[in-house]
Design a protein around this ligand. Structure first.
Ligand code: ZN
Length: 74
């Protein structure tokens, strides 16, 4: 069983309606529509730790600024 990244459904690889290799990893889909959605905007369906890290780094800068602002207000 493998997870369809678009709808989150678990499917058998043999029964998948389609598969795609994206960034070196193979993804399987339960339906052609799911595959199409993934092809259009793969980033939307991949929760990569790498993007989380960059997003967190940016957030840290913002939160630091906010804390400084709060301190000034107090
Ligand atoms: Zn699906």
């Amino acid at each position: 069983m493998i997870k369809d990244p678009v709808c989150g459904m678990y499917i058998n690889e043999e029964e998948s309606a389609g598969s795609i290799i994206y960034q070196g990893k193979k993804y399987f889909f339960c339906a052609p529509g799911c595959k199409l959605s993934f092809v259009i905007s793969p980033q939307k369906y991949i929760q990569q730790s790498s993007s989380d890290i960059s997003a967190t780094a940016g957030t840290n800068d913002l939160s630091n600024t906010e804390k400084e602002n709060d301190h000034e207000n107090n």
